[in-house]
Every structure is written in C-alpha cells, then in structure tokens.
Design a protein around this ligand. Sequence first.
Ligand SMILES: NC(=O)c1ccc[n+]([C@@H]2O[C@H](COP(=O)([O-])OP(=O)(O)OC[C@H]3O[C@@H](n4cnc5c(N)ncnc54)[C@H](O)[C@@H]3O)[C@@H](O)[C@H]2O)c1
Length: 348
Amino acid sequence: MQEKKRLVEKDASLKKDDLIVITGAGGFIAGNLALYFKKKGFTRIRAVDKKPLHDWYLRVPGVESLCLDVSIEANCRRVCEGAVEVYNLAADMGGMGFIERFRVECLRSILINTHMIEAAYNAGARRYFYSSSACAYNTLLQKDPKVRALKESDAYPAMAERGYGWEKLVSEMFCEEYWHERGLKTSIARFHNVYGPHGTWDGGREKAPAALCRKIIEAIDDGSRTLEIWGNGEQTRSFCYIDDCVKGIDKIMHCDELIATPINLGSSELVSINTLADKIEKIAGVKLKRNYKLDAPLGVAGRNSDNTFIKQVLKWEPDTTLNKGLAATYKWIKVQHENRKKGKRVVE
Ligand SMILES: NC(=O)c1ccc[n+]([C@@H]2O[C@H](COP(=O)([O-])OP(=O)(O)OC[C@H]3O[C@@H](n4cnc5c(N)ncnc54)[C@H](O)[C@@H]3O)[C@@H](O)[C@H]2O)c1
C-alpha cells in the first residue's frame, strides 16, 4: 500500500525567547551551536553535557549550562522540559583511532537518542535535530581513495561503519519513525568530518585536521622536524568547517522539505591526508620529514560528500575553503599548545 504523504503544517517561526535545548554542548559542534544561537539573539538556550562544566570547550555567557548524562531517561525528561526545539548532538565519539577501538561505547550512544527523542516528543517540542554521520554510509562504496561522492541514498543497502555507523543509522530510523508514526518534526544531518577551533585537538579522540595541526606544532617546537601520518596518506576525505556546519544545522532544522529526510552536511572539496598535511605545513611555514605509520587505524579508503541534494533544496552548501578553515584552526591549536606549555589549564 502506498503511504500518503503527510502534509506539513507550517509552524510559527521560532521566537527569541523560545527554549532551545542543545545536548553535547560541552563538546565541539554543539558548543559552537550554542554560541551561534546566542549571537543570533536567542535568550533561552539550555546547554547540556555529561562533562564537568570546567571541561567544556565553550561556556557561552547567558546560556543555561547543565552537567547531566542524557543516556539516562529521567535526565532527558528534565532536559527537555519546556523545550520548543531540541538539538541532540551528544555522543561518545572521536576520530578513527577512537571509533575503531571503542565500538561498545559508540553503540551505547543509542541510549542517548532513544531517550532524548522520546523526552522531546513527550515535552511537546516542535522540532528535533539529530546529528548523524557519513559513517552511516555503506563502507563497500568507500574502498577506493578516488571515491565517488556519497549521495543520501547510498546508506542502503546498509553496511555502515561497525559500531559508530550502525548506531547512527538506527538513530536516524528512530527520527524517521517518530515523524511518520507520531508526527514529531525531525531533522537528520549526516556530518562529514567537521573541524575548526574549540574542538578536540589532543588525547586520542581528535580527528585528522586537528591531529595534524598539533603534530606539526609539536614537531617545530621539540625540534624533531618529523610528522607522523597514519597510513600512507593517500586516503581521501572532505572536511567541513565549523561555521558552515552550524549554519547548515539551522538551515536543515528549519526546512519543512527536509523533515525526517537524512541529508549530507559536508564539504565536497576532496583531499588526501598528504595534501591536508601539505596545506597545514604551508600555514606553519615548514616542511617536515614524513613518517608513515602503516598499522594505524585508517577507516575507509576514501569518502566525499555529494552535495547535489543540499544545493537543490537549500540553494546552499558548505563553502569555506580548506585553506581558510585550516588557518583559523591552526592558529587556535597553537594558542592552546602555548598555553599548556605555560602551565595554563586548557581543554583538549
Ligand atoms: N566532528 C565530526 O567530524 C562529526 C562527524 C560526524 C558526526 N558527528 C556527530 O556530531 C555530534 C557532535 O560531535 P562533536 O565533534 O562535537 O563531538 P564531541 O566529542 O566534541 O562532543 C560530543 C559531546 O557529547 C558529550 N556526551 C557524550 N555522551 C553524553 C551523555 N551520555 N550525556 C551528555 N553528554 C554526552 C561528550 O561529553 C561531548 O562533549 C556527535 O553526535 C557526533 O557523532 C561529528
């Protein structure tokens, strides 16, 4: 039987004092999202993370900041009380080194979305955002560095990244069914490698752009003049700058055509890890000897974002160039590195 397409009632536009709830806000993307909404003039933002407040990358003045674990149902009810919009970005995650090694932790993030979406629905929230990932895509399509960019339909037939990717795919399905069965307006963005200031840059969860910036800064500082690269450096990826990511979240969340419809949120500027390192070296003004660590965790051979759909629906795509975004990221990580050396407290 063919399902009838549900009509989307237009909701009133978000008022400046409507309550916006953002989970994972002690982390990179959600912290920047809280700052984005605050700068837009929203006065009631509730930011939530399980990390102690002093470990948050960004504490935005005037934002209610709560330290709560949202894998616990009762906490989700508390967090969603009175919410008009809910942005769920909390997840146990990191770069390849983390998601290949800690699959159980990644899978357990299913508890977060399961409880958050139910709490948002029961609280009568108007819209619910879920941060999915390019790791939800079929890995069999990503075996070649000269990869064809991934379009939204490439998630099925499913063969997602073990652990992390499957959790994302199942959580996406929750969002789709809460709309179809219960009428909760959900939005699902598949992020592709987001990078920029105020993110993880050390400690094992960092992703390639931040890791390479830090390693180059350290190699200059300690005089080793050697850069360790995971794999042979020929693996390819695209990287989305944080400002594009938060702007994209806002656009996707408020587009009725995209309700319960996963969409790529990523840059389509494909580079190899070697090229990424070249670019950062140029910013730093050095050329280092490369040491290739061939047994390091690599993930898929190549991955890029096909932006046909987002351009068609939103007439927009992430467009900050890698050179511009990396320069800002490098500068920020250099300051963190210097502060740490001076014995100042920094969040990694
Ligand atoms: N950064 C990327 O490139 C990227 C790519 C694809 C998808 N994503 C997704 O975007 C979201 C945000 O990623 P990020 O890069 O900001 O990561 P992040 O690690 O910086 O932030 C995630 C935050 O969630 C918090 N968290 C984890 N479990 C929690 C819990 N039970 N209760 C409360 N808080 C909890 C963590 O403490 C952390 O601060 C995640 O869902 C991630 O899977 C990110």
